[in-house]
Design a protein around this ligand. Structure first.
Ligand SMILES: [Fe+2]
Ligand SMILES: [Fe+2]
Length: 139
């Protein structure tokens, strides 16, 4: 995988979720920049785990919000979150073994996965929320 281009987090129109998405992007891009200049940075492994923990918190917040809104596609969305967390757990197991890949490679992969999630399934609920907003605000 080559360069990760991730200029800004796509908005979903819900303030606290947009803020969490912005933070995800920042954590990933900051870690990537650190690893590009210092590939064996001592704090990088901890930063990777920090991103995982932030993802857990965000997914829970997003699912709670969507559930409260009655979002019809909550089940497949939750499943996508589970797949993403499984990816993280697999990487963490691999990091303790003999076939650990360079962390920078994982961070690029993670950035691509997050970005895709934001641009697809997260946008799906944003579109649904907007449509519902329109339907309830029109006379
Ligand atoms: Fe999501
Ligand atoms: Fe999200």
């Amino acid at each position: 995988m080559n360069e990760l281009k991730w200029d800004c987090a796509q908005l979903v129109g819900v303030a606290h979720l947009d803020e969490q998405h912005r933070l995800h992007r920042k954590l990933v891009m900051d870690l990537l920049r650190t690893l590009e200049t210092q590939p064996s940075d001592a704090k990088a492994e901890a930063a990777f785990i920090d991103i995982f923990e932030n993802a857990v918190i965000h997914f829970r917040a997003e699912e709670d919000y969507l559930e409260a809104q009655g979002y019809p596609d909550i089940v497949p969305h939750r499943f996508e979150h589970e797949l993403l967390l499984d990816w993280f757990r697999d990487q963490m197991v691999e990091r303790d073994g003999p076939h650990a890949r360079p962390l920078i490679q994982l961070v690029k992969e993670l950035g691509t996965i997050f970005q895709q999630h934001h641009a697809t399934v997260d946008q799906d609920y944003a579109t649904w929320l907007q449509a519902r907003e329109k339907a309830t605000s029109s006379p």
